[in-house]
Write a protein that binds this ligand. Structure first.
Ligand code: SIN
Length: 484
């Protein structure tokens, strides 16, 4: 499969540094491959620490001006960018499927989802509000909300557009600038987004896309005193490293880290709602999402019926190249991801797990979906995020046991449960120790709702009104009124 973009100019193999499209002075580059075929799509510059530093300085100059722009001006830029994204949905989706592998229909869905953050924060830009206090007759205090300043973002490969706009849109809306380091596995989506930002009228230097290896770029971002905030989506291991690296400059941080989402199905659930919610949560992006159901707990009264219905649906999933319209499960991102899935399945089978339906089949980076029953807490699959299309099912008897097992993890991003009992709905919803809880739904991702986790799943919230607050500082402006 080769590109057939309507607008070939969207496919850039240069970095976007301080408003200019450049190769690296290092002369070094990285290759990017298509996970379906293993074929090389192209190269990107391996930017250096010096180039990252220069992008930060450009962002500082641009931000000094941007912070004085009107909210209407910021909103207009975001809306123009939004419209351009929608106008180029087909091309953006093709680039994404080519470098990330997800089915084209899912990639188009992600373009819409990613664009929704631009529209949402365009509106939010015009709703930043402070407060005025009258604490004593001779004092007034105005509470101002001001942009944090120059910010940085490090984004993952699993959502190559949405994780960028979810950070960049609130940053620009708040009056901040941003230096972005996209995943080296999916840089072309980020660069296409920058082309559209430029066409939308992005001021020079306000957004840079620094391509290359994390070890060359990350430490410069975290060490820089100019960068006042870092927003990261990725693993807990890397998130805590970035936190340590950011300590010396006491940066604000937003960290959207790993999950190990439980999904609980109670006897009183609507079976078909629970089955389709589980399918939606588990198999989106071939199970490569931080919020996908990683542990499915099913009460014994509904257990067998649930497994039968689920097995029938899993058997109908087609695996293959994301450009094939019949495919629902694309490839995993790389060989390490395939190896982890294999290890989890083999470990579960060795410890007494049972495959329902077809066994695991691996062809290159294509991994067949597997339904596992009789899963227990001792298995690796119960303890770590699998990040693949494996659905492990645990059987339980009592509500409190299921909630206790669901909470028995250092992670706390998303959780789901299915019940038609109103009292149980409240009880379990409040008892689940997660930043996001889905009741009778397998989806918790939408622009208007805060997205983020507790415990080792991270800090801060993205999306919703809180997403903008993350890029604002509070200033208390005290005004003395001497007696007349
Ligand atoms: C993820 O971070 O993996 C999920 C992103 C989303 O659903 O918005």
């Amino acid at each position: 499969m080769t590109f057939s973009l309507n607008d070939p100019d969207l496919f850039r193999q240069t970095a976007f540094l301080g408003g200019d499209w450049k190769t690296s002075t290092s002369g070094k580059s990285l290759t990017v491959d298509n996970p379906s075929t293993g074929e090389v799509i192209g190269t990107i510059p391996a930017c250096t620490a010096e180039e990252t530093g220069a992008a930060i300085e450009s962002a500082q100059v641009a931000q000094a001006k941007w912070r004085r722009s009107s909210s209407a001006e910021r909103a207009a830029l975001l809306m123009a960018w939004y419209q351009l994204m929608l106008d180029h949905t087909e091309d953006l989706a093709q680039i994404m499927t080519m470098e990330q592998g997800k089915p084209l229909v899912e990639a188009k869905g992600e373009v819409t989802y990613a664009a929704s953050f631009l529209k949402w924060f365009a509106a939010e830009a015009e709703h930043v509000q402070g407060e005025a206090l009258v604490p004593t007759p001779d004092r007034r205090v105005i509470i101002l909300k001001e942009p944090v300043g120059v910010t940085a973002a490090i984004t993952p490969w699993n959502f190559p557009l949405a994780m960028i706009t979810r950070k960049c849109a609130p940053a620009l809306a708040a009056g901040c600038s941003m230096v972005l380091k996209p995943s080296e596995l999916t840089p072309y989506s980020a660069l296409a987004l920058a082309v559209l930002a430029e066409r939308a009228g992005l001021p020079k230097g306000l957004l840079s896309v620094v391509t290359g290896y994390a070890q060359d770029i990350g430490p410069t971002l975290t060490a820089s005193p100019i960068i006042r905030k870092l927003s990261f989506t990725g693993s807990t291991k890397v998130g805590s490293l970035l936190m340590r690296q950011s300590a010396d400059t006491v940066k604000k941080l937003s960290l959207e880290l790993g999950g190990n989402a439980p999904l609980i199905v109670f006897d009183d659930a609507d079976l078909s709602v629970a089955v389709s919610g589980t399918m939606m949560s588990k198999f989106r992006n071939a199970g490569q999402t931080c919020v996908c159901a990683n542990r499915v707990y099913v009460q014994s009264g509904i257990h067998d019926a649930f497994l039968d219905r689920l097995a029938a649906k899993v058997a109908r999933l087609n695996i293959g190249d994301g450009f094939d319209p019949q495919v629902q499960i694309g490839p995993l991102i790389n060989d390490a991801a395939v190896a982890k899935v294999k290890e989890h399945v083999e470990d579960a089978l060795a410890k007494g797990g049972r495959v329902i339906g077809k066994p695991l089949e691996i062809r290159g980076r294509f991994v067949s979906p597997v339904l596992l029953a009789d899963v227990t807490a001792e298995m690796k699959i119960a303890q770590e995020e699998t990040f693949g299309p494996i659905l492990p099912v645990f059987r339980f008897e009592y509500e409190n046991d299921a909630v206790e097992q669901a909470n028995a993890t250092p992670f706390g991003l998303a959780s789901y449960f299915f019940t038609n009992d109103i009292s149980r709905a409240w009880r379990v919803g409040e008892a689940l120790d997660f930043g996001m809880v889905g009741l009778n739904t397998g989806s918790v991702s939408m622009v208007s709702a805060p997205f983020g986790g507790v415990k080792q799943s991270g800090l801060g919230r993205e999306g919703g009104s809180l997403g903008l607050e993350e890029f604002l500082e509070v200033k208390s402006f005290h005004i003395g009124l001497p007696a007349a």
